[in-house]
Design a protein around this ligand. Structure first.
Ligand code: MN
Length: 202
């Protein structure tokens, strides 16, 4: 069962002006597509072919670096597209907001922490909000296409929000201004999906 590039539930131009159409098109149809193709090639004919992308990440130390890079790329981008929406932005509410407040003191404190993780990740990588095994929250970042699900992660947990800070995610519109892209991201976060991921991580 080969991995497949997921369809987006919105159009490439739907996240404008925060994320431009051309960036979305190249990011999804070229970058993500290449991770899927390279992952399928890397696992062809091996036992890893029968694992879900989540199971693959959880056992990533057993596999070659091509599986780590492209499997991570596939998982991370699949999550990223889902946690954004043209109707996104604003604030989380309900149990998710309560948990953010109890873990970070306030939504604003959480936002500052997440922004700092995204801003200070040197080179290419991701910023995350994840649920740890003790059910508390962690904000962290990872290099390249690594993620908190991976058994090699320095911040293990279940990611429920992730931001791609590779230059390919923002350079066409924001050039070197990563902090502007990070600020814009808050306008497209799909909190309903983040809440769903939070509930299923409980
Ligand atoms: Mn990317």
């Amino acid at each position: 069962m080969a991995h497949q590039l997921p369809q987006l539930s919105y159009l490439y131009n739907s996240l404008e002006p925060y994320i431009d159409s051309r960036t979305m098109e190249i990011h999804h149809s070229k970058h993500h597509n290449a991770y899927v193709t390279n992952l399928n090639n890397a696992i062809a004919g091996t036992d890893a072919e029968n694992l879900s992308i989540e199971e693959l990440c959880k056992n990533i130390s057993k596999y070659p670096v091509a599986v780590r890079n492209n499997g991570g790329g596939h998982f991370n981008h699949s999550l990223f597209w889902k946690i954004m929406s043209p109707n996104g932005g604003g604030m989380p509410h309900g149990k998710l907001l309560d948990a953010i407040i109890s873990n970070f003191g306030s939504f604003e404190n959480f936002k500052e922490k997440f922004n700092a993780a995204a801003t200070t990740r040197f080179g290419s990588g991701w910023a995350w909000l994840c649920v740890k095994s003790d059910k508390s929250f962690a904000v962290c970042s990872s290099p390249n296409q690594d993620n908190p699900l991976m058994d090699i992660s320095e911040c293990p947990g279940t990611p429920i929000l992730g931001l791609d800070v590779w230059e390919h995610a923002y350079y066409l519109n924001y050039q070197n201004r990563r902090p502007d892209y990070i600020s814009a991201f808050w306008n497209v976060i799909n909190w309903a999906e983040v809440s769903r991921l939070f509930e299923s991580a409980q």
